[in-house]
Design a protein around this ligand. Structure first.
Ligand code: 3IO
Length: 346
């Protein structure tokens, strides 16, 4: 009985302690925030466990931490608020405060940034992401003037994932392969027949046998479970896909200056974090696909690589033409992009 009373007293103390803690913390935050926290919605198009959504959660955590809970972010992965094709418009129109735009799904819309999508042979997401941010930061292109850009990032290089082994370009001729934007053009340059669609439509296309494989960064073998359909990978080091995280302009303009400054400081840090995460996660996903699905990995021969780049050469002339037509200093941009790539890959 004595023991029981002791325990009861101890529990009562714990409960009281807990209550007074809760009182203290609410008093603290009342003192710190005179006003209600700012709440922002953030839309994303692919499933929650993919890299674009992992970076979204990291951004939310950082923003909530750096603002001491003054800015709260509600995330909507999996196209629950906006889908790939209406992401940019949806943010401009204010259906979401923030959205993750797959820029590669909108060919022709980003004449400056799409320089980073050219087949330059990026080695990593870290270097492609930093290059994309550097380009945006230096040129502040008109193509993104209707929104506030919160960060940008890009994938590691596109590689082939296929049902049947693709040992070289000969095996690829006439095969229908899924890509988008520049990666679709590169597929065609390699002799495949590109079929363009955003990522959320790919599981269905693979399931229904509409394509023999896909051309994007390799972590989707695990994250989208594509290794089940595609137990073969061929390393091509093709173009990268681009992303911009954008915010509705009116919502941005209404933020306190200190919040705006905090978000501006986070932008390049977030690009770098995402690049590093993407590279590390891709290596893990390859190991997973080897262990779980017996993934076989091939690489294009030097000769096939040379053929592919020769056949893709008009991507550069077409980009330069389109950029010049849009009034951009195309040669300067391309020279900068090549220099940043080299700098970030050292
Ligand atoms: C991508 C897009 C959404 C989720 C995971 C992803 N991994 C690579 C990409 C790049 C891309 O936009 C695409 O459609 O292949």
């Amino acid at each position: 009985m004595k023991r029981f009373l002791c325990l009861a007293a101890f529990l009562a103390l714990l409960v009281l302690g807990g209550c007074s803690d809760a009182d203290n913390s609410s008093a603290d935050s009342d003192a710190a925030n005179q006003s209600e926290p700012i709440r922002l919605t953030y839309a994303n198009f692919p499933p929650a466990f993919t890299v674009p959504c992992v970076q979204m959660e990291r951004w939310k955590t950082e923003v909530e931490k750096r603002s001491n809970g003054q800015v709260l972010v509600e995330t909507f992965p999996g196209g629950t608020l906006l889908k790939a094709k209406n992401m940019l418009r949806g943010v401009v129109e204010g259906q979401a405060d923030i959205g993750c735009v797959g820029m590669s799904y909108l060919p022709g819309v980003f004449p400056a940034c799409s320089a980073v999508e050219l087949p330059l042979g990026f080695e990593s997401s870290r270097s492609s992401s930093r290059t994309l941010w550097a380009l945006f930061d230096k040129y502040r292109p008109e193509e993104l003037q209707d929104v506030k850009v919160l960060t940008m990032f890009a994938t590691p290089p596109s590689n082939i994932m296929s049902r049947e082994p693709i040992r070289g370009l000969a095996d690829l001729q006439g095969k229908e392969m899924r890509g988008s934007g520049s990666s679709s053009r590169f597929l065609d340059a390699m002799g495949a027949v590109s079929v363009s669609m955003p990522m959320p439509e790919v599981p269905d296309a693979l399931q229904k046998n509409m394509v023999q494989g896909i051309f994007t960064s390799l972590e989707v073998l695990q994250d989208m479970k594509f290794a089940e359909f595609c137990p073969s990978a061929t390393i091509v080091d093709g173009p990268v896909y681009l992303f911009a995280v954008v915010m509705n302009k009116d919502r941005w303009d209404a933020l306190p200056p200190a919040t705006q400054q905090m978000l501006d400081e986070l932008a390049p840090d977030q690009a770098d974090w995402t690049g590093q995460y993407w590279d590390a996660h891709t290596a893990e996903a390859m190991e997973w696909a080897r262990a779980e699905h017996g993934l076989q990995v091939f690489a294009l021969s030097e000769e096939d690589r040379a053929t592919a780049s020769a056949q893709a050469a008009d991507m550069f002339t077409d980009w330069t033409q389109a950029a010049s037509k849009a009034g951009l200093p195309a040669e300067d941009i391309l020279q900068d992009v090549r220099a940043w790539k080299q700098q970030f890959e050292q």
